[in-house]
Design a protein around this ligand. Structure first.
Ligand SMILES: Nc1ncnc2c1ncn2[C@@H]1O[C@H](COP(=O)(O)OP(=O)(O)OP(=O)(O)O)[C@@H](O)[C@H]1O
Length: 250
């Protein structure tokens, strides 16, 4: 009998149809669904490599693409972003071309990210919560492979950045970052790169792959995230309400 399972991918929700399904703590292969860890999103992401060149050198300016979800955190992301822009320009504008791109709805961040990488952006920075970060991470891949720059002579890959301005911003917390956008800009200004693992849940075809950088949940926890998305207006409390609703309906 075919059943539907809810799988939460670092903030987003997808529904996966499966004929049978079992779960174990090691996420071992299960029919239609498996998770595995990839190595860094790009092979040259080594620690302590600057994404910017020295301002005093004659190197070209770097291109940074900021993907902003204006509706994140119940609209707070868009408002905060506007206030943040002068600081961002003052910290980064000397060395970088700053490109701002607002998302128009769910999944738009995936397309913008792919385009930015193909055009050779030095970094794509997610501005919003875990859902926006999740979409940007998925934009780094297409049909099961990393998206690459059109310019085959390019020596550096695109880096991923984050300005956490969402409701939960769980990934930033996991890394021990404060939910402070100015601090995030200062981190970006330093321009250091670190490798990061990315997990993938594969479907029957490469197109069905879903990538996650933070956490992948199934069943109760995934349902809690799903219900929480209905109560974002209550801030972090939405996760408590979502968990109670999931538990009640489990
Ligand atoms: N313009 C838009 N209008 C409505 N929804 C959007 C728009 N742009 C993006 N989204 C969707 O909003 C979802 C939630 O956004 P985001 O994660 O940035 O904020 P959040 O849910 O408040 O934060 P968190 O996930 O950290 O709790 C994203 O998964 C995305 O699909």
């Amino acid at each position: 009998m075919a059943c539907c399972y809810q799988v939460s991918l670092g903030g987003g929700i997808v529904v996966v149809a499966a004929s049978s399904f079992s779960v174990n703590s090691k996420l071992k292969p299960i029919p239609f669904l498996k998770a595995e860890l990839l190595k860094p999103m790009a092979s040259d992401l080594s620690p302590d490599r600057s994404i910017f060149h020295d301002a005093s050198s004659s190197s070209p300016r770097r291109d940074l693409v900021f993907i902003v979800n204006p509706r994140g955190a119940n609209g707070r992301t868009g408002k905060e972003w506007k206030k943040l822009l002068p600081y961002l320009r003052s910290r980064l504008g000397k060395n970088c071309n700053i490109c701002e791109s607002m998302t128009s709805g769910p999944y738009h961040a995936i397309d913008i990210t792919r385009e930015a990488i193909r055009e050779g952006a030095d970094a794509v920075v997610a501005v919003g919560g875990d859902g926006t970060l999740h979409e940007v991470v998925n934009g780094f891949f297409w049909a099961g492979k990393p998206v690459t720059n059109h310019n085959r002579e390019a020596t550096r890959s695109t880096a991923l950045g984050l300005i956490p301005l969402g409701t939960g911003s769980d990934f930033a917390r996991t890394l021990g970052w404060k939910n402070d956008p100015c601090e995030a800009i200062n981190r970006i200004a330093k321009g250091l790169r670190s490798p990061v693992d990315v997990g993938v849940i594969t479907g029957e075809s490469e197109e069905e792959s879903h990538y996650f950088i933070n956490v992948a949940d199934i069943h109760l926890s995934a349902k809690a995230g799903y219900f929480a998305s209905r109560y974002k207006r209550f801030g972090n409390l939405c996760y408590v309400i979502g968990a109670l609703q999931a538990f009640h309906g489990a």
